[in-house]
Write a protein that binds this ligand. Structure first.
Ligand SMILES: Cc1cc2nc3c(=O)[nH]c(=O)nc-3n(C[C@H](O)[C@H](O)[C@H](O)COP(=O)(O)OP(=O)(O)OC[C@H]3O[C@@H](n4cnc5c(N)ncnc54)[C@H](O)[C@@H]3O)c2cc1C
Length: 184
């Protein structure tokens, strides 16, 4: 079986060099995360079962550091975007403007990175959040990234008050040129 740097080599549909043998999870050189292993296992099961499958977009997998404060990310960082030659705009929303974060006495920020287009920000390519309990916010960011939403799409959505999810909404409002509770 083909190997590379200690990992089993696979193609984008988890097929190894051996016919009828697939590999998933920590065996292959993809993010070493439980939810990635689940997704790869489902992909293989569906492919073997004859269901059409598409390669996983690993940039769209949420990554969380369960520290205090937590760090949660999906999509590209500013550095990765630059390395890929993408022109971007970004907004860093300070949780000081978020009522629930003030109640929880947590500091932090929600950073949104979008493609820079001539007529304004295009699709969101990265969301990165630091603060207490922000792991729970990354699911919305995951939808925003994976459904190619633009800041103006998200800016229209009304977020419940007082929740930390408002920080996601407000970061997109600001990027769409309509800041609400923005603290420097
Ligand atoms: C301390 C720690 C914390 C983690 N925390 C997180 C987290 O918070 N979130 C997250 O997403 N990921 C986390 N991970 C990573 C996550 O656990 C792995 O990415 C995931 O378990 C990989 O799944 P897997 O099925 O590829 O391998 P495993 O879950 O390791 O499963 C492999 C199985 O194969 C068995 N096995 C091994 N050799 C043989 C053999 N010869 N014969 C039969 N059975 C065998 C093992 O006993 C094991 O049960 C953590 C990992 C560690 C080590």
């Amino acid at each position: 079986m083909g190997m590379e740097r200690g990992f089993v080599k696979v193609d984008s549909l988890c097929r190894t060099s051996l016919p009828s043998v697939s590999a998933v999870g920590d065996l292959i050189n993809t993010p070493q995360l439980a939810h990635v292993g689940f997704a790869e296992g489902i992909l293989v099961a569906e492919r073997v079962g004859g269901i059409p499958v598409t390669p996983i977009d690993y940039d769209g997998v949420p990554r969380i550091t369960y520290s205090d404060p937590e760090v949660a990310s999906v999509g590209l960082t500013s550095t990765q975007a630059t390395e890929r030659g993408l022109k971007t705009v970004e907004f860093n929303y300070n949780l000081g403007g978020n009522g629930r974060s003030v109640i929880l006495q947590t500091q932090g920020a929600a950073k949104v990175i979008a493609i820079s287009e001539e007529d304004g920000p295009g699709r969101v390519i990265g969301v990165h959040i630091v603060g207490s309990r922000v792991s729970e916010l990354i699911a919305e960011a995951q939808l925003i990234y994976n459904w190619d939403a633009e800041p103006s799409d998200v800016a229209q959505l009304i977020h419940p008050h007082p929740t930390q999810s408002e920080a996601i909404g407000e970061a997109h409002l600001a990027l769409a040129g309509k800041p609400l509770h923005v603290h420097a």
